[in-house]
Design a protein around this ligand. Structure first.
Ligand SMILES: Cc1cc2nc3c(=O)[nH]c(=O)nc-3n(C[C@H](O)[C@H](O)[C@H](O)COP(=O)(O)O)c2cc1C
Length: 260
């Protein structure tokens, strides 16, 4: 395969965008399981495989999670809806280790969080191979204890985000990102000298995108008259999730040192 053909394979990535509007066509369960199987080859820190995927097939349960997530319509409309969890319970259960064992390293918690996030992304891209769109749902973290209760999660399992899947009628234009220069540096951390100019250019590009693209998300519509920087500055101060340290601790993810 030549370079041009290889680069064409990247189109799947360049064209990716979150899909929140689905056709009524259901995803065949065999296809769904194939996507999940493919995702299991995702790299995993120290090969610990510390994640769990919960497929929500019960409609009442889906409705309850939809409510926790602020009534995001696509949770109900999607063909399939899963919850990605970081999971140290499985290993502890199999190895008969107490989840509160002080010898469990803090890094293991981080590795589990990473594992679940990476597998989630693989699932999403594996779905793209079948022309199935998806959107991730971080709002499951709006009420972690309630989600944990509904899903009967043991200690050591932390729900991180959901993913909705379904077929789409028409692919949305990909949403512009900040320029590569603001992400990629060489050998040491650096911020381009013209970063504010790059930001201004990005704001203009994004504004144009918002004018041309339908916004399915009420949250996004509310953001339409704000700049990207204003929106993300508010996002990192999300009040609903201000207690994440405590939430993690309650799930058995004690990131402060337990070793004496
Ligand atoms: C961890 C995570 C959580 C997200 N949570 C939500 C969500 O709750 N609802 C939603 O509609 N989109 C959610 N998104 C999708 C983002 O809004 C979307 O990826 C971002 O706006 C960029 O748009 P794009 O994916 O179409 O390129 C989430 C994305 C990620 C990675």
């Amino acid at each position: 395969m030549n370079n041009k053909e290889l680069t064409e394979k990247l189109e799947l990535f360049f064209n990716r965008s979150s899909v929140r509007k689905y056709t009524s066509k259901k995803i065949d369960n065999k296809v769904f399981h194939k996507i999940i199987e493919a995702s299991l080859q995702t790299p995993t820190s120290s090969h610990i495989q510390a994640f769990t995927i919960i497929n929500i097939t019960n409609s009442l349960l889906r409705k309850q999670i939809y409510n926790i997530c602020g009534d995001q319509k696509w949770i109900l409309d999607s063909s399939h809806f899963i919850i990605m969890c970081a999971d140290l319970n499985k290993i502890c259960h199999l190895s008969k280790t107490n989840i509160n064992d002080p010898n469990i390293s803090q890094d293991a918690y981080l590795a589990a969080l990473l594992d679940a996030a990476l597998v989630g992304m693989t699932i999403s891209m594996a779905a793209e191979v079948f022309q199935i769109g998806s959107v991730m749902i971080g709002s499951v973290r709006n009420n972690i204890s309630k989600v944990a209760h509904l899903l009967q999660l043991p200690s050591g399992v932390m729900p991180l985000f959901g993913i909705c899947f379904g077929y789409y009628e028409k692919r949305k234009k990909p949403k512009p990102r900040l320029t590569k220069n603001l992400f990629l540096s060489e050998n040491s951390y650096s911020t381009p000298e013209n970063s504010h100019q790059l930001l201004d250019e990005y704001h203009k590009k994004l504004q144009k995108y918002y004018e041309e693209s339908p916004l399915e998300h009420a949250g996004l519509r509310a953001q339409k008259n704000k700049t990207w920087l204003e929106v993300v500055t508010l996002a990192i101060k999300n009040e609903k999730r201000s207690n994440m340290g405590e939430d993690l601790k309650n799930r058995g993810f004690n990131l402060s040192s337990k070793r004496s």
